[in-house]
Design a protein around this ligand. Sequence first.
Ligand SMILES: *[C@@H]1O[C@H](CO)[C@@H](O)[C@H](O)[C@H]1NC(C)=O
Ligand SMILES: *[C@@H]1O[C@H](CO)[C@@H](O)[C@H](O)[C@H]1NC(C)=O
Ligand SMILES: *[C@@H]1O[C@H](CO)[C@@H](O)[C@H](O)[C@H]1NC(C)=O
Ligand SMILES: *[C@@H]1O[C@H](CO)[C@@H](O)[C@H](O)[C@H]1NC(C)=O
Ligand SMILES: *[C@@H]1O[C@H](CO)[C@@H](O)[C@H](O)[C@H]1NC(C)=O
Length: 531
Amino acid sequence: MDQKWKRQPVTVIIIITLCFCTFGSTQRLCTVPAGPVSVPENSTADLQVVKISSGSDVTLNVVVNPEEKFYLKGKALMVKKELDYEALPSRAALVVWVQCSRPGSKSVNESVEVLVENINDNPPNFAQNNYVLEVNELTPVNSSVGLIEATDADSEPLFYRLESTMDKYFRLENINTPKLLVKSVIDYDVVQKISLILHVQDTFNGSASNEPFFTSVATITVHIKDVDNRPPWFQPCLRTNLGLAKLCVSTGYRGKVNLTEKEEGPLTLEPGPVFAKDGDKNRSEQISYRILRGNDGNLFQIDEDTGNISMTKAADIVGPITLTVMASQVTNRDQFAVTQVTFDVTKKSRNPPQFEKERYEGFIYSNSIPESMILRDRSSNRPFRVRARDEDFAGGVNPDVKYEVQYSSYVNVTSDGFVVLKRVVKTESFVLQLRAVDTTTGEFGTAALSVQVIPADAMPSPSNVGYRAGDMALLGLVMAALLVLCLIVIGFLISRLWKGHSSGDKICEKIITVHSLMKAEVTAETVRKSY
Ligand SMILES: *[C@@H]1O[C@H](CO)[C@@H](O)[C@H](O)[C@H]1NC(C)=O
Ligand SMILES: *[C@@H]1O[C@H](CO)[C@@H](O)[C@H](O)[C@H]1NC(C)=O
Ligand SMILES: *[C@@H]1O[C@H](CO)[C@@H](O)[C@H](O)[C@H]1NC(C)=O
Ligand SMILES: *[C@@H]1O[C@H](CO)[C@@H](O)[C@H](O)[C@H]1NC(C)=O
Ligand SMILES: *[C@@H]1O[C@H](CO)[C@@H](O)[C@H](O)[C@H]1NC(C)=O
């Protein structure tokens, strides 16, 4: 198809016209073979075009010699120089006149038709070795970003091919049209520069034929431009992808202010100062900040340029204040982001939590098992308990106070202030420090607790001392034995009744006995539960 078209010789017909003599003589001085003669361009010089036949007394002369290309060698018309198809001034026609003359006769001019074949003797050529293109990121698929054509003196069409490791981004419109089209959307964050190599060839499949063919190469460097497609991102933020879009989400900022106190200068925030930066990596547009909502009574102000927030006056209500803060690009307000800044307004602590006493004393039995409570005194089983007061609070109870034990591995303290054994004690006494910490301010009070270990044999009677696990196990065994006994008695009674060996009265007596036994068991059970 194209190939064939290409191969077909384009011809220039050089017509050498023949003029007959004015006498109308029927005798011809010379004869030229009929029909055109083909001469390939770029063939070696001194090629014979045609042989002119004539009498031996006839003289031949080239009278019109276009480009001075032809000469006569005896009776042969020769090409003196190579014929370059591309260099011929007019590809339509050249006229060469050959004059035949004989003394005594009127001279005549003869014509020869010559076809000059255009052969593929020129390579395709790019105007530049390297082309530089600028392409916006996110250019839609199938958009054209440039046409890079080569020229070839011989013929069209040319055949193009793109070679690149990155050719997932670009393709050619088709093999004959070197229009560079976007193949997939380019993200500046992923790629900033793409290098391509464009090959051109003047024959579709040159190496498969024996014809000469030429190739040429140009490099294309595509610089990707970061377009303003992303808004400012508050920092720090968590990156997520939503399809092709990239987002970075801030979790907001937190700060603290004291009730009825105006802090001077920028407020310190967590996780850092209010700060946003352009989501477009390479643009870094200028950003300005504003408080959009939540600034009742204009308590706060934001520095438009830095984002620093400061107070204009003191807060007079306890509780959180949430500001909605916007960061927008100065030159393009449509690119903006919003976040929240929450301030906790807290009543200033004037007093740390304080234990009611500086020193406490508690007791524990040497055989107490883990999770037993430290006792208040020797003679009772009432548990020991501490309490810390905070004068900042009406009633002295700060709900944020937490108790801690320091310097002891024997005990821990519950949130209610009870001290609980963690492991069996193997000493006569131990001391520890208790701490009451206000978790909102970090303030704390301390107290010392010394615990006396009472030998197990000095244990008071059960009425005074609580039951312990060992006692309970023993009681359970006794109860189980009683139950078995009852069942045996009932079984015995029923068997007697069955046999009719016993009177009704006797049975009643026995049942009452069993009943009282059961009652004893229930009482024991109640004692156990009350423990
Ligand atoms: C044809 O001519 C060109 C110059 O125009 C030359 O470079 C080339 O070698 C020639 N080819 C042949 C086959 O003669
Ligand atoms: C791009 O062009 C190709 C070929 O013409 C077509 O198949 C494809 O659907 C086009 N893609 C888009 C996104 O327009
Ligand atoms: C609040 O008061 C405490 C205790 O005086 C002080 O350490 C802190 O800096 C104050 N905070 C503010 C934001 O004023
Ligand atoms: C005030 O803003 C600047 C610029 O963003 C920042 O470097 C500085 O840490 C901020 N100061 C405070 C106290 O947040
Ligand atoms: C002590 O008890 C508290 C709860 O009251 C618990 O959070 C803490 O982990 C305990 N500490 C130890 C060392 O067991």
